[in-house]
Structure formats: C-alpha cells, structure tokens
Design a protein around this ligand. Structure first.
Ligand SMILES: Cc1cc2nc3c(=O)[nH]c(=O)nc-3n(C[C@H](O)[C@H](O)[C@H](O)COP(=O)(O)OP(=O)(O)OC[C@H]3O[C@@H](n4cnc5c(N)ncnc54)[C@H](O)[C@@H]3O)c2cc1C
Ligand code: SF4
Length: 570
C-alpha cells in the first residue's frame, strides 16, 4: 500500500505537457515560469541543444555523396522523403523512420514528423506570420464551417508576447492583411527582390512585396543572450540544428527557459496513449503512457494537462481517450478528427534577371521576400472565383557554379568560377477551407509496434483550392514578367494534404460543445483541465505559416489555466 502511494506521488505533478515541439516548449516555459512543477512527456529520444546537432558543421565533402540520400535511406523514410529535401544525409536523422511509424492513407497524406526533444521546432522553415482580423472572421462572414470563438484582438497581445521572446526578424509594413508585430531588424532584400518590390507595387495597387518574417535573431535582446542565443550567422544550414541558437527552437529558447526555473522534468521515450478521465469528478486526472524502449505502461497525474503532440497526434490521443462520458473519445460534437486542413503549395514561377550584375549577395540568408494575400481582400485587388486567397514566399539570389553550366576546357573553368544572372523564384501558399469529410481517424484493427491504433487519413483538396491554384501560378509569372525577368518557368504540381507540413483543425475551437472540441480558451469541452493548443485547435487556416499562432494560443491558454487554477475552477 505504502509503495503504491509513493509510486503515485512520484508520478504526480502540477502540470503535464504532452510533446516538446514548438507548442509544447511554450506550454512548458509558461507553466514552469508560473511556478508549476511540470513534466513534459516526449515520445522521442533526448536530443540535446548543440551537442546533438551532429551535422551542423559538416562540410559538403564530409557528407555521403555531398548530401545525397542512398536508395536504402529513401526506402526507410519513403514518406518523409516526399518533400524531396528533408531526407538527406545531413538531416534525415531528424525525421521519423516510416517503417517504425506507419499510418494508413485512404487518400495520399504526407505526414512529416520528428520524434525527439524539440519536435519539428528543429527542422521548421521559421517563417512566422500573424493571422489577420480578416482571417479570423471569414468563416463567420462566409457561413463556412463555424466561426472562431475568439477575434484577432484576443490574440494580438499574445503575438506581441511570443514574438518578443522568440525573436522574429522582419519589418513593420503597415498592412491590414498581415498585422505588424514586435520585430528585430529584417534581413536586407537582394537587388532583384527590390526590383520586384518596386515593379509590383507600382503596377498593382494592393499587392505588396515585403521582407520575409523569420524566427531568427538579428539583434538579440538581453533575455535571448542570457539563454545563450546569438545573432544569425547567415549559413542557411538551419535544418541541421543551429549551434548559435540563432533560430527559435524549443531547445534554444523555451525548454531552456523552462529548465532554468527548476520546475521542469523532461521525460523522453514516453508515448502518451490517452488521457485518464474521472467520470465522477468530471475532469481528467492524468495520462497513460507506454515507454518507447521498455514497452512498460504507466500513468502520470496532474491538475492540468496540455496536449501539444502536434495536430494529428493530439487528435489521436483524444480519440483514444475513451470513458463512460466520452465513449468515442473526448468529444461530443462529432467534429474530432474532421476538418483537417493544410496549406496547398508547389505552385508558382521562377526566372532570372540580368540587371545588377555588378553586385553579389553576402552570406547565405535564411529568408527572402513575402507577398501577403491580395485576392478577395480589397476592392483594388478584385474578387476571385474562389473564396480566400494565398501568399507567396520567394527569394532572389545570384546564381553560382551550380547553375548547370555545360562545356569543357578553359572557358568552362572560367564560367564555373564566375557568377551567373540573378535567379528569382516564388511559390504560393494557399488557404484550404475546413471540410467536414477531410478526416483522420484511428484504425479499428491495425496497431503499431507499441500497440497504438494506426492513424488513418482520408482528406483531399477540393474545387476551391484547385481554382485558386490557377491564379497562384499565373500571377507569379505575371509579376516576374512585369519586372522583365527572363526564362520564366511556371510550375503547378498535384497538391497533397500534408505537403505544406501545416496540419490543422482536427480538434477545432468553437463556441459550443455541439460543434467543436475546444472552447475559446482551448479547454476540451467537458474536461476543462485538458488544453490542446497545437494546430488541432485551428478553426480556419489563413494562408500564413501557422506556428506563430500556435505559440500565441499556447501562451494565452497557459495564462488562463493558471488563473483558473488560482480561482479553484480547475
Ligand atoms: C521542413 C519543415 C518546414 C516547416 N516550415 C515552417 C515554417 O516556415 N513556418 C511555420 O509556421 N511552420 C513550419 N513548419 C511546421 C512546424 O514545424 C509545425 O507547425 C510545428 O512544429 C508544430 O508544432 P507542434 O508543437 O504542434 O508539433 P511538433 O513541433 O511537431 O512537436 C510535437 C512533439 O510531440 C511529440 N509527440 C507526438 N506524439 C506524441 C505522443 N503520443 N506522446 C508524447 N509525445 C508525442 C513529438 O515527438 C514531437 O516532439 C515546418 C515543418 C517542417 C518539417
Ligand atoms: S543561418 Fe543562422 S539560424 Fe540558420 S544555422 Fe546558420 S546561424 Fe543558425
């Protein structure tokens, strides 16, 4: 009896956070800093800041075939390789092994994941944009799906808060569709980007070309340097982990701040299976985990639980959490698992510019330019045949030896050591509407090696997204044409859900338990001490990269959770 009591006490914390990626890192920091003894349960292995970034300083010749994947590696990580750039000798160790981590695709679904401390905060592209008031109101205005239960004004102070701590380089551009924020100095635009900005803004009222906003330090604050972070060195090797802590990751920033409080316990190899719900008390008491290595099942207990395992994984945990009150998982609306969204991409144009040939860029800037949404936005930019819109990410860069020069002899050698023209390219990121039948569910009969039911994905882009893609391709070419770019080449690949690596919406926020899984403070309806603040919570997608919004939602919900705890409400 004594032993059991001790065992339970050892497994009891004030707060449990599931997952240590972008949103879990934030939950850990906020809860620890507010004095809660917090355990972060992370399914993957421990990956230490700096020392475990094993290829961060490797030269091309130190990597197999100059960083080209072998057939064996591709076979092992077939799904993770679908992007064409993630499974490389330098970065493949940060992506899951698809043989160990299978899922079912009723329709193609590219589920790109990293199971280790820090999750995808280590591999993300760091593009960081706020949603705008328009983005959070369009569901309500257009009668699509359900309205967000919160407005931009509710999130704005939390965007300020997370930007200040994370460090976002960018400029305040004064645009309604891309709200300004708390930024460190932007990275300079290259000559063709400046030409694009001047040409596009002159020709089209309402179209803007701005500096990419990226989570890189360009003028670190005292708080950031105290965490051991320093300015970006412009190496653009970020997908291998940053030894300077210059881009925002859980390791470089949030987990470190959480650990500094003395309140953090990080438990790797802890696969959360489900939330334990006490039907009598009407609240959750903890979570069940399976140890990744020993396969042992155990339980952890806490007053509050934050689910931050990423959209699909948190939704799987909720689906798996069955009790008398929730016989089909923690939801009474039927929306859990539905409304899966992602951004559709792989469409745009590129070309080259023969102006400014007396200039070259310095360093390898890990950013570029951004063209915020202009379709269906104002009178000037016109109404399209589809709902919502898209933004572009792009870059203009001086082409070097790798520009595919052919030939031999002295002339060939000379060309190899000279610069070519400026290349310029842009790719669209389009908003996807929330569709009820874009779903993930759990397999009734297939499990992985830890006995967890496999995720089954059944989702696709629809007419609205396909119609938008026409403009995404043609507008890109039209803008390059307008500035005199040569060799313009358009591209429009078949889009698939997951390829945007922005899964969202499968446990959405709403105003009633009849139509949503989470309320306006990210609490699970009926289990108000369980919070979910990753992409699952998104009621609509906008067209901006979403991780900054998960950070803001998480910091806001953690603040709310603490105040509710103090009031004795949870
Ligand atoms: C190559 C790439 C480029 C990207 N570029 C951008 C970009 O430019 N801008 C942007 O906004 N976003 C970008 N993203 C997406 C971004 O990485 C994700 O939106 C973000 O990491 C999601 O945060 P999260 O906390 O929800 O999940 P993650 O960061 O994925 O973390 C989830 C964590 O939970 C753990 N976990 C999962 N299941 C369980 C379980 N059952 N029990 C315990 N732990 C569990 C995982 O191991 C992981 O550590 C990119 C992603 C990739 C891979
Ligand atoms: S470019 Fe900057 S953020 Fe990226 S790895 Fe280099 S120093 Fe780090």
């Amino acid at each position: 009896m004594d032993l059991n009591t001790k065992g339970k006490a050892e497994h009891t914390y004030d707060a449990i956070v599931v997952g240590s990626g972008i949103s879990g890192g934030w939950a850990a920091k906020e809860l620890c800093e507010k004095g809660l003894k917090t355990i972060v349960l992370e399914r993957g292995h421990k990956l230490e800041h700096i020392v475990d970034y094993k290829t961060a300083n490797s030269a091309p010749w130190e990597l197999q075939w100059q960083n080209t994947p072998s057939r064996e590696l591709i076979a092992q990580q077939e799904k993770q390789n679908r992007t064409g750039y993630t499974v490389r000798p330098a970065s493949s160790y940060l992506f899951v092994d698809d043989q160990d981590h299978p899922y079912e695709e009723k329709q193609r679904f590219d589920w790109m994941r990293g199971y280790h401390t820090g999750g995808r905060s280590l591999m993300w592209g760091r593009q960081s944009y706020r949603l705008s008031p328009m983005d959070m109101e369009s569901n309500a205005k257009e009668g699509i799906s359900i309205p967000w239960p919160i407005k931009y004004a509710d999130l704005a102070p939390w965007y300020d808060y997370v930007e200040t701590f994370a460090g976002i380089s960018g400029a305040n551009d004064g645009l309604e569709q891309l709200p300004d924020g708390v930024f460190q100095p932007p990275m300079a635009m290259t000559p063709p980007e400046l030409e694009l900005k001047a040409g596009v803004e002159k020709k089209w009222k309402g179209r803007k070309v701005v500096n990419a906003r990226v989570a890189h330090l360009t003028k670190p604050t005292a708080e950031q340097t105290a965490l051991g972070r320093s300015s970006c060195m412009y190496r653009n090797l970020c997908i291998r982990g940053c030894p300077f802590g210059a881009y925002f990751s859980s390791q470089s920033a949030t987990l470190k701040a959480a650990a500094n409080t003395g309140n953090l316990t990080l438990r790797p190899h802890s696969i959360v299976h489900s939330v334990i719900y006490d039907d009598k008390a009407g609240k959750a008491t903890g979570v069940r985990i399976i140890d990744e290595v020993t396969m042992e099942t155990t339980e952890f207990y806490a007053k509050i639980i934050f689910l931050n395992a990423s959209a699909v994984a948190s939704t799987s945990i909720l689906l798996n959490s069955k009790s008398d009150r929730f016989p089909n998982g923690m939801d009474e609306s039927g929306s859990l698992g539905g409304y899966l969204m992602d951004h559709h991409l792989g469409v745009g144009a590129n070309g080259y510019m023969e102006t400014n040939l007396d200039k070259v860029q310095f360093g390898r800037r890990p950013g570029g330019f951004y063209i915020p949404r202009y379709r269906n936005f104002s009178e000037e930019t016109g109404k399209a045949k589809y709902l919502r819109g898209f933004g572009y990410q792009g870059a203009g860069f001086r082409q070097g030896w790798s520009r595919g020069i052919e030939g031999f002899g002295a002339d060939f050698k000379k060309e190899l050591t000279s610069f070519g023209p400026w290349g310029i390219s842009m790719g669209g990121f389009g908003e996807c509407l929330p569709y009820e039948n874009n779903r993930i569910s759990l397999s009734p009969d297939k499990t992985d090696k830890w006995g967890l039911p496999l995720v089954v994905a059944d989702a696709s882009f629809k007419e609205n997204e396909y119609a938008m893609r026409e403009d995404m391709m043609n507008d890109a070419a039209e803008m390059l044409e307008a500035i005199g770019a040569k060799g313009i080449n358009t591209f429009k690949q078949e889009p698939s859900i997951g390829m945007g690596i922005h899964e969202m919406g499968t446990a959405r926020m709403g105003s009633s338990s009849k139509e949503s899984v989470l309320n306006a403070n990210n609490q699970v309806w009926g289990a108000e001490n369980v919070f979910c603040t990753d992409g699952a919570a998104m009621t609509s997608a906008g067209c901006q990269n979403p991780s900054l919004t998960y950070m803001a939602l998480t910091a806001r919900a953690a603040d709310f959770a603490i105040s509710e705890m103090k009031k004795g409400n949870i």
